[in-house]
Structure formats: C-alpha cells, structure tokens
Design a protein around this ligand. Structure first.
Ligand SMILES: C[S@@+](CC[C@H](N)C(=O)[O-])C[C@H]1O[C@@H](n2cnc3c(N)ncnc32)[C@H](O)[C@@H]1O
Length: 388
C-alpha cells in the first residue's frame, strides 16, 4: 500500500514530524520518501489503514493524506454502485495543470456517472486545491471522494484523500481557550503540536519550564501526555490552569494528570531539583523566554544585548536539565534568531550542550527547522536533543 502526505507550509517540519511520529509507533522512517517539496510518500504493507489514520490525526504539520491510486478506472468503479456522488479534484504542489484541466477531468468523470443515472455534484476548488471547509461542509469524503493529482519525478500521480487536518479543533483551541498572553507571545498552535511530536514519544510526562499560558502543554494533553507546567510568572500559571480546565470541560481531554507550580529556572532549589528527578519526566518541550516582543528590525547592538541575557537563561536551563535527566531523555526547544539590518543573528546550540547530548535534527530532515514567516523579526529554530 502506498500513501501520500501533503505537507503544510514548512516542509522540513512536516518531514521531521512524520519521521518522529513513525518512531513513536516503532515504525521505520525509511518507508518515508520525499517526492516533491509538498508531498511525502509512504510505502508499507505493515501499516493498517486504521493505524495510518491514528498517525495522521496526531500530526500538526500536514494538510491531507490518502492512498495512491494506480488505476483511475478501477478507482472509480466502486462509486458506480451509488445513487449520488459528491466529488472534488485537487492539484497538490507545483504542477503545470490548471483549474481548466481540473474542470475538463471533472466533466469527463461527471459524464461517466450521469450515463449510469448517478446523481453527481462536483465541488470546484477555490484555488487549485479544495480547502478543509469545502471538504467538510460538502461531506466530500463521506458522500464520494476527493481525487488528488501531484507530481513525482515530473510524472503525475493520483491519490484518494483519506483524511484532512481537523482545522476546526485547532481553531477552537486557538480562539476559544479562555486565556492567551499575546503580549508575551503565543506559539503557533500547529508548531506546538509538531514540537510535542518531535519528541518521538506517544505517552509519558512532558514538562514545559517556560509554559506561559500553555500552548505547548495544551497540545501535549490533547495528544495524551500528562503534563507539568512551570513558569516564573504567576499570572501565566493561572492562565495555564484555566486553559487546561477548559480542555477538560469541553471534553477535549479526559484523564490528563497535570501539575503546575512557580519556578524561576535561574534559581532552582535543591529540593525542587530532587523532586524533578524523582518525577519520571520523559521530555521537555519548550519555548524559553526570547526577550520582549519586537516591532521593528533590531540594531546589531540591541540583538547582541538580548543574546547575552538569553544565553544566561539557557545556560541555567541546561544546568537544571543536565542534573534532572537520564539516558534517553528528550528535549525539544526553540532558540531564537534576531533580524538586524545586517542580517540574521543566531544563537549557537553547541555552547549549551556537551557530548552527553545528541542533536537529532539531521536524522529526520536535511533542512533547518527554522519557523519564520516573511515579515518575522524573530525566527524560531527548533532543536531535538536526546541524552546519551
Ligand atoms: C515566550 S513565553 C512562552 C509562551 C508559551 N510558549 C505560550 O505559547 O503560551 C516565555 C515564558 O518564559 C517565562 N520566563 C521568563 N523568564 C523565566 C525564568 N527565569 N524562569 C521561568 N520562566 C521564565 C515567561 O514568564 C514567559 O511565560
């Protein structure tokens, strides 16, 4: 069986996420192949359709997935048993095909169904691919199919969509959660989901020592992890607590165990360190403090000043992590880069970690895991670390 996965806006994040999630299910990531800048193919006879569905539902960095179709005619045959069909056609990624080509193919398919007296409804994509709202609102997957066309080695391949990212639940957590600190900065929720998945784990305890209002820990809880949230700021902890209670009230999570307390990572008492060691935390996933929000491009002086401050915090953070972690412990964290008039200034991860830590980024993807939009002033560099 061959599956295609359509990646979100950041290909390397999607690729790394899928590899890590495969690992969390003890599946080899060697079955994942890049066929274009948007599509990953998975070839496997051992992954059942229901397992693939479970995997897809955990992901944050993908738009849709489906099965590769080898023969269009035999793909369409079962639909001739139906009385009514709703279907759509999408072109995924770079392709010379246009909306007109979609329309032509759609009409051909329509004629076939109509001549067999089957009622048909074709949903035309607004751009080149149907969006999630079009798929959900028209019940395309329930009442028919979405046919996808994408390129591999400059030949067209076809696929039948099996799942679309559940954007409504992401949007609900983003816009309806009771608390968010936009002043301090809230992590994009899909990035929070991806970061939890980059641990390569499916269960256990995730600690965010800079939890803020809890974007990462909310996603961790939804994925089924138990969570520990600490922060220097009491208001942030109160927000986290309200957000987790809301997830529970909305039945988005059911039996998540959570613990929340105030902790200044620059000043961790021995007793607390002992407790942290005793709590069997499996991974840290965090976006540490990256300085005050910035509205315009920084001067080099200002960026370097920020970096000095932040370097101190990261050093203290790793000092704690080194003491409380043991072999196999995972850390997925963000290091900021700052945009200055003279270009981007990065912080080098190697100054914080010694030989006890493996950086796993390159085992998942060739590119950097740099989350940055066109107008970003601060970019987020993600590192996946494992203790030897
Ligand atoms: C960028 S925010 C995290 C935002 C969070 N990821 C979210 O989406 O809600 C960084 C957090 O680090 C916390 N912080 C700053 N200095 C700290 C310290 N010394 N110890 C612990 N937390 C600290 C801040 O209070 C803030 O909540």
């Amino acid at each position: 069986m061959r599956y295609f996965f359509e990646c979100g806006s950041f290909f390397d994040f999607s690729q790394a996420e899928l590899c890590a999630v495969f690992e969390s299910f003890n599946l080899s990531k060697d079955s994942i192949h890049k066929v274009s800048n948007t599509i990953l193919l998975v070839e496997s006879n051992s992954i059942t359709p229901s397992l693939m569905d479970e995997i897809f539902k955990r992901l944050g960095g993908f738009i849709r997935y489906g099965e590769v179709i080898d023969n269009l005619d035999s793909f369409l045959n079962p639909f001739f048993e139906k009385k009514k069909i709703t279907y759509g056609i999408s072109i995924l990624g770079e392709n010379t095909l246009t909306i007109k080509d979609i329309q032509r193919l759609a009409n051909e398919i329509k004629r076939g169904f109509r001549s067999s007296k089957i009622g048909v409804r074709f949903i035309l994509p607004k751009t080149r691919e149907l969006n999630a709202a079009q798929i959900y609102n028209n019940k395309v997957l329930e009442n028919g199919f979405e046919l996808c066309i994408f390129q591999s080695n400059s030949a067209n391949m076809y696929g039948k969509t099996l799942g679309i990212q559940d954007i409504y639940s992401f949007v609900k957590r983003d816009t309806q959660r009771p608390e968010a600190d936009f002043e301090m900065g809230v992590l994009p929720q899909k990035l929070a989901r991806i970061m939890c998945n980059l641990t390569g784990l499916r269960e256990g305890i995730i600690w965010d020592p800079f939890c803020g209002s809890g974007t990462i820990l909310m996603e961790a809880a939804v994925l089924g992890f138990d969570i520990l949230g600490t922060d220097i700021d009491l208001i942030a902890l109160d927000s986290l607590s309200k957000n987790i209670q809301w997830l529970s009230k909305e039945n988005i999570i059911t039996d998540t165990k959570y613990n929340i307390f105030q902790l200044d990572i620059n000043n961790v008492e021995r007793k607390v360190l002992k407790d942290l060691k005793r709590t069997s935390i499996n991974a840290i996933v965090c976006e540490p403090y990256m300085g005050p929000p910035q509205k315009k491009i920084l001067t080099e002086y200002k960026a370097n000043e920020l970096i000095v401050d932040i370097t101190k915090l990261y050093k203290n953070f790793f000092n704690v992590v080194n003491q409380m972690s043991s072999r196999g412990f995972k850390v997925v964290l963000i290091l900021p880069s700052y945009k200055t008039k003279k270009g981007w200034i990065d912080i080098n991860i190697s100054q914080f970690i010694d030989k006890k830590w493996n950086v796993l980024n390159r085992s998942y993807t060739k590119g950097d895991l740099k989350w940055k939009r066109i107008n970003s002033i601060i970019a987020r560099n993600i590192f996946i670390l494992e203790k030897r």
